[in-house]
Design a protein around this ligand. Structure first.
Ligand SMILES: *Cc1c(COP(=O)(O)O)cnc(C)c1O
Length: 380
């Protein structure tokens, strides 16, 4: 008997506390957390700067609604858009909500209705974001889907070209498909997207809900590509564990939304904004991002030397996938038994998403545990 709907297959572990990369269950067993709440707890569990921010802000003001001016939202928007193409922000509570805002903004600005998205993509579970998602299993039983989302093979410039017509408002993509199997966009494909968007006046939306806020070693993953995005969505790592999402857009899109065009009751509340400001100030520091890149190289090097060639290690920064070329469900439960939490991405890929604050020692331990699970046949 459960009081909860069955839309999750939950692992039989009750986690009760955490510090940095380590979480502990109700029996006192400790785990290395290489999931981070699915790329959320980017500064680790119970980071002192976040704890302090929540304490201070919760004694001042939690929530007032967007009926009032918010210098705090202004400041966070300025921080997020600094040295980017973006000029404005809308704050909400989740990745799906950020994508809904992006879809609405793109349609309102262009007056067109088709959004092109890609196979294996993931954009969220609300009706628009679900329709945008390029995975049939996620839409199963909920049809008919909203029309006007066109799903095209990923990294296939010719297929993309063939899907373009005068109704297309935007092309929406993840720089690395996280949920869909840790598939990186190719340079050839980003060149094609940038070219098509420019020549046809089509908007480019990057969904950086998983890849953004330092996860791939730069502030945003698109910065490592030739993409020229008009809209970007953020969530997961933005609040370090506190729910917040954001949609950023260029100055050209500023007039598309007028009062009443879009809204949210909770989005951008002072508590969420203060936490996100703390997180972003911490992560956007150049030396912090260099460290993330360094740890990424270290982790990739360790994995490649520990695992035989049939294991394909891919991804960027601390969003990495190990394609095991076979179903990984049992590996994931075995990792859990030996004290390592990892999550699947597609049927054959183990995804590694440690906090960006993970130490080299923790990386050493995690790789030892993982190779024991993947390589010692007696465990399998
Ligand atoms: C997780 C995710 C979403 C959905 O975010 P929610 O906060 O769960 O709504 C959207 N896009 C990408 C790329 C994601 O990884």
């Amino acid at each position: 008997m459960t009081f909860l709907f069955k839309n999750y297959s939950r692992r039989p572990i009750h986690l009760v506390s955490g510090k940095g990369t380590i979480v502990q269950d109700d029996k006192g067993k400790q785990y290395l957390d290489f999931i981070s709440g699915i790329a959320v707890v980017s500064l680790g569990h119970a980071h002192p700067a976040i704890v302090e921010t929540i304490k201070n802000q919760s004694e001042k003001l939690w929530h007032v609604s967007n009926l009032f001016e918010s210098p705090e939202q202004e400041k966070l928007a300025e921080t997020l858009t600094k040295n980017t193409r973006f000029a404005h922000a809308f704050f909400c509570n989740s990745g799906a909500e950020a994508n809904e805002a992006a879809i609405k903004l793109a349609r309102k600005h262009t007056g067109k209705h088709v959004i092109i998205t890609f196979e294996q993509s993931f954009h969220g579970r609300t009706f628009g974001a679900m329709a945008a998602t390029g995975q049939e299993k996620i839409k199963q039983g909920f049809g008919p889907m909203l029309e006007s989302f066109r799903t095209v093979p990923f990294n296939d410039p010719a297929a993309l070209e063939a899907a373009i017509d005068d109704d297309v408002a935007a092309i929406m993509l993840e720089v690395i498909q996280g949920e869909g199997g840790v598939h990186e966009v190719t340079a050839e494909f980003t060149d094609a997207i940038a070219g098509i968007c420019k020549s046809k006046g089509i908007l480019c939306i990057v969904d950086e809900v998983q890849t953004g806020i330092g996860r791939t070693g730069t502030r945003y993953a698109y910065e490592q590509t030739s993409l020229v995005p008009d809209i970007m969505t953020l969530a997961k790592g933005l609040g370090g564990g506190f729910p917040i999402g954001a949609m950023l857009g260029t100055a050209e899109l500023f007039d598309a939304f007028t009062p009443g065009s879009h809204g949210t009751t909770f989005g951008g509340n002072p508590l969420a904004i203060s936490v996100a400001q703390t997180v972003v100030d911490y992560i956007f520091d150049g030396s912090f991002l260099k460290e993330v890149q360094h740890k990424s190289d270290y982790l990739i090097g360790k994995l490649e030397s520990a695992l035989p060639k049939q294991f394909d290690v891919r991804g960027k920064g601390l969003l990495l996938g190990i394609d095991c070329k076979e179903d990984v469900t049992s590996f994931i439960s075995k990792a859990e038994v030996v004290g390592l939490l990892v999550v699947q991405a597609g049927p054959t890929v183990i995804r590694l998403l440690p906090p960006l604050t993970v130490t080299e020692e923790e990386i050493d331990q995690a790789v030892d545990l993982l190779s024991s699970v993947l390589l010692i046949p007696s465990l399998n």
